[in-house]
Design a protein around this ligand. Structure first.
Ligand SMILES: [Zn+2]
Ligand SMILES: [Zn+2]
Length: 87
């Protein structure tokens, strides 16, 4: 199944990121993607560019609460089952 990745930023914004065609359709060499793509979340460690102010232009600077779990990484999105969710 083809995979659509979304960047999940600390501010709560989600941005569409890279799309990967699966091996099956890639090997066929056709202009198709799966009807339903798997969704992957790439957890970003910071706010997105929209919600980070430019140095020198910001009128208010405040500390940002970092993620408890710290590490950024790629996790499958919408994991339905109780297994695999560490949080
Ligand atoms: Zn596919
Ligand atoms: Zn944002």
């Amino acid at each position: 199944m083809c995979t659509q990745t979304h960047n999940h930023y600390l501010c709560g914004c989600k941005q569409k990121a890279e799309f990967e065609q699966c091996d099956r359709l890639y090997d066929l060499g056709v202009n198709l993607q799966c009807a339903v793509a798997a969704s992957k979340a790439k957890v970003m460690r910071s706010y997105c560019a929209t919600h980070l102010l430019k140095e020198g232009k910001a009128t208010v600077v405040y500390p940002i609460k970092k993620r408890q779990t710290g590490q950024a990484g790629v996790v499958p999105e919408e994991s339905a089952g109780p297994e695999g969710t560490e949080a």
